[in-house]
Design a protein around this ligand. Structure first.
Ligand SMILES: Cc1ncc(COP(=O)(O)O)c(C=O)c1O
Length: 365
């Protein structure tokens, strides 16, 4: 079986986790939490980092500390894993879904500009933009920031899939996920990064049940049990030591895929981005030219024990979001229909990569 994306655990994970077990520091405080937060802040280039139990919790808290209120509108990527849209709803706000741009598959900044300049901000009570750096590629953040400043909007970035790319440092606040299929993992975990000390402190407070006294169990607002454990952070510290190596491997594998797949009729390789962390290498299949749909190719690959995966159903097609306002949506629909993500684990061996390419080449008309 060649899996889609599995963790690479071959560093100091055992040693650091054993240290937690030996010392009894297994819960939501401990030196590894502090160290992992510091390392993430430094790596991304932000002043503060607050570790969370997962990436979805990080997004929920980021929205709350940024001041998003029930009834506010938040512009968010339509083509993404569903977590950021759900987090907007957890905050009681309304997602306004923005199509992907055809050239880079990321949130379409031109559509946002058009919407805001035609009065969309006022009509939908827009307070923030929540772009998602999908598949490891960075969104066009300078252009987004310029728009956000023009319309007085907060930018909350979901960089869950893109650690290692230049992400998370220009937005007002950014979130990462360390789920098992991500570039580095803590089993489950997330991180909030920002330069705003007040937001970081509030995030720390909200993630620890809003306990307002060091000794007494007294609370000054509704908080959450969202803190990362020391055991998870220990794993994160070990994984962080290998991040550069992982990125180099993922970029090299992406270059090999691109070279090998480019000549196959009906296959379009993912947009190039030299600074991307290439989380999941993804291709588009033109059914007419290739002679088979993406789902048929998916089945073909599965028959030979190769795990591929379609992109996410656009949020506007998802049952809980069918009433959400959507800007465009056709590009996301096309990408959902035609795209397949290919095996992208750090541990993918050269002969496994060749096997994937061979099945794709053979299945072509
Ligand atoms: C873009 C994006 N945002 C948020 C999440 C949620 O992270 P978690 O699974 O850690 O809650 C994920 C993936 O899991 C993701 O891909």
């Amino acid at each position: 079986m060649i899996p889609l994306s599995v963790p690479e655990i071959r560093g100091q994970e055992w040693e650091y986790i054993k240290d937690c077990l030996d010392t009894g520091w297994v819960s939501s405080v401990g030196s590894y939490v502090t160290r992992f937060e510091r390392e993430c802040a430094t790596r991304v280039g932000r002043k503060y980092a607050v570790a969370t139990v997962n990436g979805t919790a990080a997004l929920h808290i980021a929205l709350l500390v940024a001041g998003i209120q029930p009834g506010d509108g938040v512009l968010v990527s339509d083509l993404t894993f569903i977590a950021p849209a759900n987090a907007i709803r957890y905050a009681g706000a309304n997602p306004v879904l923005v199509d992907a741009a055809p050239h880079d598959w990321q949130i379409d900044v031109n559509r946002i500009r058009d919407f805001l300049r035609r009065g969309g901000r006022e009509r939908h009570n827009i307070k923030a933009i929540l772009p998602v750096d999908i598949l490891g590629h960075p969104v066009d953040m300078p252009a987004l920031i310029e728009l956000a400043r023009e319309f007085d909007l907060i930018v909350i970035e979901d960089a869950s899939e893109a650690l290692g790319a230049p992400v998370g440092r220009l937005s007002d606040i950014a979130c990462f996920s360390f789920n098992g299929n991500k570039i580095i993992t803590t089993g489950g975990g997330g991180m909030i990064v920002t330069d705003r000390e007040d937001w970081a402190e509030h995030a720390r407070h909200l993630t620890t049940q809003a306990k307002s006294d060091a000794i007494e169990c007294v609370h000054d607002e509704i908080g959450f049990n969202y803190r990362m454990t020391n055991v998870a952070a220990a794993m994160g510290c070990a994984q962080m030591e290998m991040l550069d190596e992982f990125l180099a491997i993922k970029r090299a594998n992406a270059a090999t895929y691109t070279k090998a797949l480019n000549g196959i009729p009906g296959i379009t390789t993912m947009p190039a981005s030299p600074c991307s962390s290439y989380w999941l290498y993804t291709i588009l299949i033109d059914e007419n030219e290739y002679g088979m749909s993406s789902r048929d190719l998916l089945a073909n690959l599965a028959d030979t024990d190769i795990q591929a995966r379609p992109l996410w159903q656009p949020i506007h097609k998802s049952i809980p979001y069918q009433d959400a306002h959507v800007l465009g949506g056709q590009v996301a629909e096309r990408l959902y229909r035609d795209a397949l993500s290919l095996p992208s684990s750090v541990g993918l061996k050269p002969d496994e990569l060749s096997q994937v390419v061979e099945v794709i080449a053979r299945a072509c008309r």
